[in-house]
Design a protein around this ligand. Structure first.
Ligand code: ADP
Length: 343
């Protein structure tokens, strides 16, 4: 059996390599003003922050959900900075044992913020220990086993948990209910993406033409992380193939070379749509079958390809599976037969 295709093109991967991490750190906004877009969320957060400061209380626990690279970590960092709080960072999968959770929670000082990325992946048993910690700042550890078991009540310092997840549907409802405010991150429009490109280009010290900004923004899947990665690739191209300035021509040829089309679709996206159309007659098809038939990883389909294709209106998720829409046929130049509408 062949293994799912690994994405050689770095633009779309969820994981970032060291170079990306450095780029992320360099380009990451540090103030509300530098953080472009998400106006409603920013306004809400400022109110939560000011109210908590006035009451001299810790802010309520916050949950951010939405696709990778939409700015969940960045906004949490800004919130912590504005709050004047220490930020501790952990990820759901790294909390495997009660001891892991206990060591994180007991290390928090009064008013600290704990950012828990991928919070839907926390171990279920540990998650239950998190409930009293979130509600009453208490950790109830069970020492020993059987009749000799004792519960030790540990008092924790008051803290704010900020959870981030790309898959809110996988979050258990008891955990979700313990967040005081829940925010869905919006995709970014082209105008916002162009502002991000401009700011990033200034930080990277590269000149960019307005028309080139438009091209990059159009192909960036409405996502700041993708916009920055594209900018970096185009900058390399401008320095090697051009005069060091990102012109419209340079931006186009670099992105075409990377096989990123005018709507930001990459090879993997196209393979997913083509599979639905050609192998499943337009759908409906379940994600498992789609992953097997397209040779793509199921998580990549769920986390990377599908959200964007749905956003573009190219595929629709129905109770019976995914179906390809007419616009997807048109984009790929495949004759639309309309069969899926009969199903
Ligand atoms: P997430 O945590 O949702 O995966 P991040 O917060 O790590 O996303 O954002 C990825 C990168 O995208 C950041 O390093 C930053 O450079 C950029 N970015 C994200 N949101 C914004 C924004 N609103 N304005 C400007 N840049 C942003």
């Amino acid at each position: 059996m062949s293994t799912p295709t690994t994405n050689n093109n770095r633009i779309l991967e969820n994981q970032s390599d060291d170079e990306d991490k450095v780029l992320d750190l360099t380009l990451r906004p540090k103030t509300w003003n530098q953080y472009i877009g998400q106006e409603r969320i920013k306004k809400n957060l400022k109110i939560i922050l000011t109210a908590a400061q006035k009451r001299k209380e810790v802010p309520e626990h916050l949950l951010f959900y939405g696709g990778s690279g939409l700015g969940k970590t960045t906004i949490s960092r800004i919130f912590a900075k504005e709050m004047g709080a220490n930020l501790h960072i952990a990820t759901g999968p790294s909390i495997e044992k009660i001891g892991d959770l206990a060591s994180i929670l007991t290390n928090l000082s009064d008013g600290d913020i704990l950012f828990l990325d991928e919070c839907h992946r926390i171990n279920r048993v540990c998650e239950e220990y998190l409930y009293p910690a979130m509600e009453e700042f208490k950790l109830n550890i069970i020492l020993g086993k059987g009749p000799m078991a004792r519960i030790m009540d540990m008092k924790l310092n008051r803290f704010t948990l900020i959870g981030a997840t790309t898959r809110v549907a996988l979050l258990s409802s008891p955990l979700r209910n313990r967040f005081g405010a829940i925010f869905q991150m919006d995709y970014y429009n082209n105008e916002e993406l162009e502002k991000i490109i401009q700011n990033s280009a200034e930080i990277l010290g590269i000149e960019i033409e307005p028309s080139a900004k438009k091209i990059i923004a159009q192909r960036a899947r409405f996502t700041p992380r993708v916009v920055n990665r594209l900018l970096k690739r185009v900058r390399d191209w401008a320095q090697v193939e051009g005069e060091g300035v990102i012109t419209e021509k340079i931006a186009k040829s670099a992105l075409d070379f990377l096989e990123i089309d005018n709507l930001g679709l990459e090879t993997g996206d196209r393979r997913v749509i083509e599979t639905i159309i050609k192998k499943f007659n337009g759908g409906p098809v379940g994600v498992q079958s789609l992953a097997a038939a397209s040779n793509e990883d199921k998580d990549a389909i769920l986390d990377i390809y599908e959200p964007y294709l749905m956003q573009l209106g190219f595929i629709q998720r129905t109770p019976r599976g995914r179906i390809a829409e007419k616009s997807a046929y048109e984009h790929l130049g495949i004759k639309y037969t309309g069969t899926q509408n009969l199903l």
